[in-house]
Design a protein around this ligand. Sequence first.
Ligand SMILES: *Cc1c(COP(=O)(O)O)cnc(C)c1O
Length: 362
Amino acid sequence: MSRDHQYLILPGPVEVRKEILEAQSQWMIGHRSSAFADLYGRMHEKLQKAFFTENKVLMIGASGTGFWEGASRNCIRDDQKVLHLTGGAFSERWADISQANGKQVDTVQVEWGQAHTPELVAEALDNGPYDAIALVHNETSTGVTNPVKDIAAVVREQAPDTLIMVDSVSGFLGTEMRVDEWGLDLVLTSSQKAFALPPGMAFVAISERVLERAKQIEHRGYYFDFLSIAKSAAKNNTPSTPPVSLMYAADKQLDDILTEGIENRWARHIAMKEMTHEWATSRGFGLYANEAYRSNTVTTVDNREVGIDVNEMAKFMAGRGFAMDKGYGKIKGPTFRIPHMGDLQPAVLEEVFDGLDAFLGK
Ligand SMILES: *Cc1c(COP(=O)(O)O)cnc(C)c1O
């Protein structure tokens, strides 16, 4: 097979379609022009559909980590606490970020591969009050999807003043997530995961309660100050220079996603997850994540039984034109991940399995 590039089978950055890459090559515009305000306004309307919200969606030139920091700084008062649900590389890092910003952090740690349940959260809330609870929708390191809807319901009921902050970096546009219906105050994401854009942009949907909270916090920092970003956003603008080329790409990608249909997109991800489970288990591999909470966008394959050399596997697959994941952090090797997110189609996933079978000598 001949490919003109390495096709990314990585859980971020993901493969980006040529048409989307090409959308970036339009002529530059100044970001104080009416053409830019049009672009911003169009994108905002489509982003609200994508988040299933009527709340404001802020966008910025940064990776998702930027809005992690923004969330911690704008939503947690210095004399109050935040509850971080941790159990994987990303949820743990967000807790570190709150700590690095001087916030008082409590955590509910679950074992890697396990999910946070509403029961665990209900119990932990007794140690409050908490200004905010921070959780990761789809833990990309372990392939676990947390039951965000049910957790949010418990928080709303038991601690109605606690802001619900969700990282949906690898869930957004790949698996069900409804901001308004689920009552989420803040949901952040970035461009290079299931959104299937080049890296470099972050997005956050925020409720009025988030803005009210931010007003009570003196030191919100500068670049990720929600009040300043929201003030510019009201004029379809940004406080500092935005990534215009990437916004062209995002504008087109949102059109294409709405044409596919968001729910159809979720269904395509579920179908690819099922294909991946079927392939992995029929080849003797385990599935790392707890059965009830396996992700629709990425499968963490448990390699302990079969024990392939993930470096050799990646080398072999590179020869077939695929850049493969080798696992993340402390579970790299004993596990590796097969992402099935973004604009990936089942037919390409089949080619990946054919390649892996050839490597296994099947
Ligand atoms: C990739 C990822 C992040 C980090 O996002 P960046 O855009 O790389 O800063 C955060 N959370 C989750 C769940 C991720 O998968």
